[in-house]
Design a protein around this ligand. Sequence first.
Ligand SMILES: Cc1ncc(COP(=O)(O)O)c(C=O)c1O
Length: 342
Amino acid sequence: MIDLRSDTATKPTDGMRRAIAEAMVGDEQKREDPSVNALQDRVAALLGHEAAIFVPTATMANQIALKLHTRPGDVLLAEKNAHVVIYEYGGAAAHAGVMTIGLPGDRGRLTPEQIRSAAEPSSKMADQRVTVLALEDTHNASGGRVWPLSGLEEVVATARELGLAVHLDGARLMNASVALGVPPSQIAGRFDTATVCLSKGLGCPLGALLVGSRELMERAWREKHLFGGAMRQAGIVAAAGLYALDHHVERLADDHARARRLAEALHDANLPIDLEQVETNFVQIDLEPLGRDRPDALARLQAGEVGLSATPHPTILRAVTHLDVTDEDIALASERIPAALL
Ligand SMILES: Cc1ncc(COP(=O)(O)O)c(C=O)c1O
């Protein structure tokens, strides 16, 4: 089976397992774990922020961020298929007590005009109002699309002008940074807080970080405890993160090149692929022109020993490249996918 369902499928490499085995550890809750501390310092600097906190998942990082920027009764603005809107089990409402307005995006992007009109002050006497904007880069549901820096700049500037806090769900920030050829700080540095995930393209078994100002991250520690996310000898996992930063960032370009190669091969085999959409490690296949429904297509692919997965769009499947996908896998998948779907 060639597993192209998600870049979360990776297993730790031998080198990463050695780093885990040799990790220096301490009590993370007491902030005494040297590996966690080193990872936090390194990621804060890499993303252009004063401080970082280490958490088990990117979902927890996003949810903590939303709590930091809001009070119950406030409103969150996000693209309507953003992870914080459709995949976090309504956490924004459950944890922060906020209402979410999901705006229709183009390639996961929003415009300054959309932000401006959605953030109009409420006509209520009390202040129900938009207080935070969350953007996602790369944008998962639109196929790993990357925000151009100019677009980000305009939208973030508009949000600031309107007095909103801005959070980046940068679960795949490193993919965006490699695709644009800019340091991650140029993307994440302009936000109040940013999430980065270790367990996707970076190939760690788990872990994510939230970055922000020193003051915000002090408050974030309290939220992390409240979520039950303050750990003990978490350096075991942080060591994997440090290893990934040394060994697995530049190679994301290989994942992107493999996705492009797969897309071109599928396109040449007459599958409906829009090559323009392939900017990072996702390839999207539209089933509609093939006249196949999703369960049928996924079952045929499974039988053909290649795993793809569903997206929020009912007719679109995705193939995602990652650390455990080789050139040979791409060559095989380029044959197996058309054989299953055509
Ligand atoms: C854009 C985005 N944000 C957040 C997450 C959540 O990551 P985790 O599974 O670590 O909670 C994901 C996971 O797929 C994601 O794609």
